[in-house]
Design a protein around this ligand. Structure first.
Ligand code: KPL
Length: 391
């Protein structure tokens, strides 16, 4: 299902909170605002809120994707066009968790776009503002985040029953293949660079409650809002989304650690298309890269075959490899999110990507030498950037 129409056209303007002001959060917040929705950035601290106000209460978007897009000649020959020029989403509000309000206003529509490793903490900061009429969109790389939130905050069926009416929101899970990054340039804290055009898909996560509660209006509102942006968003059913999440996990598990460890852009993982003018003629490099890709994708496919047997026909090693190479090519100029994390000395999402696959493999008796090695090397890289024991 594809949803469209601006907020103004639809005659609704429901406020949307976005938690996570990284590259992805800012991209979604700016596009939602651009579509006419009132947007509030839910920032970490009052200091961030003050900095946001001082920078004009606006989000900047730089359309870097134009540099590698196949239609760049056509777009650029038409002169500067509104769709490719840098733009700003203005009149964006910001707030921070306040410790002193006993019954703060409920948040009905929340996009949670933090990094996977920050999501539980972020959810905790906002949990008291959510209720059964709220909808939370989870937009993380990796897998297992929804389950971790359930385990941490709504741990037992008994508690579900107690909390049902008052507390548990509806969850929408999203997957995003738009490339974006934030640069550490001063004055650009609230600017996101849209480096590769992708798409995003969303589905309502079936409730664990029995009987399932009826969907709140906020679920429809937020899906309509996301569908009205220029981010090529579609709404699908949970089983289709689950399939897409598994493919995206495979792309993140193969591209992200290698680009983070080798400090290279995504395109280096795919051989150049035939007849391309690529400068690199090192056949040995392409052959070993191809062999890495094949073994990594075969391992992921073997894990999926045991963990999700009903999907196995679709998630063959070849289907996974084709998808990963496609993503590597379409985001060829991207520095993957893991490379960005490692370069800035931040913790990475490897625990929710290769770590998740290693745990899933163990659970189903599938050996995972490739994912274990990638996981270990990224963990080593993280540790080495935080400890100076051998300096
Ligand atoms: O999702 C990504 C990421 O960097 O995390 C990919 C698809 C690999 C694009 O860079």
């Amino acid at each position: 299902m594809s949803l469209g129409g601006t907020a103004a056209a639809a005659g609704v303007a429901s406020r949307i909170h976005v938690l996570g002001a990284g590259a992805v959060g800012l991209l979604f917040a700016a596009h939602l605002r651009q579509s006419g929705y009132p947007v509030t950035l839910y920032l970490r601290s009052q200091d961030s809120v003050d900095r946001f106000s001082q920078s004009g209460a606006q989000i900047g978007v730089v359309n870097d994707w134009i540099r590698s897009h196949p239609t760049r000649k056509l777009l650029l020959s038409g002169g500067p066009s509104a769709s490719i020029a840098p733009w700003t989403a203005t009149d964006v509000q910001a707030e921070a968790p306040s410790g002193n309000s006993s019954s703060p206003e409920k948040i009905r529509r929340l996009v949670l776009a933090t990094k996977a490793q920050d999501t539980l903490q972020a959810y905790w900061s906002v949990k008291s503002r959510l209720c059964s009429q709220s909808t939370v969109v989870l937009l993380q790389n990796g897998m297992g985040m929804y389950e971790a939130i359930q385990r941490e905050f709504y741990p037992s069926p008994h508690q579900y029953q107690k909390e049902t009416a008052a507390d548990i929101p509806t969850f929408v899970i999203g997957t995003n293949s738009h490339g974006c990054l934030r640069t550490p340039v001063e004055g650009e804290e609230f600017v996101t660079h849209h480096t590769a055009v992708g798409s995003c898909q969303f589905a309502i996560r079936p409730s664990l409650l029995n009987p399932p509660p009826s969907l709140p209006q906020s679920a429809l509102d937020i899906l309509t809002a996301l569908g009205s942006t220029g981010l090529d968003a579609t709404v699908t059913n949970w089983s289709d989304l689950h399939h897409r999440l598994l493919l995206k996990l495979a792309a993140n598990a193969t591209i992200n650690p290698v680009t983070a460890l080798a400090d290279c852009r995504n395109g280096y993982l795919a051989p150049p298309p035939p007849n391309s003018s690529s400068q690199c003629t090192d056949q040995g490099y392409y052959e070993s890269m191809q062999s890495y890709m094949s073994s990594a994708c075969a391992e992921i496919s073997a894990i999926y075959a045991r963990a999700h047997p009903h999907l196995h026909g679709e998630l063959t090693a070849q289907a996974i490899e084709d998808y990963v190479l496609h993503i590597s090519r379409t985001t060829s100029r991207n520095r993957s999110s893991m490379l960005q994390d490692v370069s800035s000395g931040r913790q990475t999402e490897v625990e929710w990507i290769n770590g998740y696959l290693v745990r899933l493999g163990k659970q189903h008796g599938v050996p995972t030498p490739v994912n274990t090695l990638l996981y270990t090397l990224v963990k080593l890289k993280e540790a080495a950037s935080h400890h100076s024991a051998y300096e």
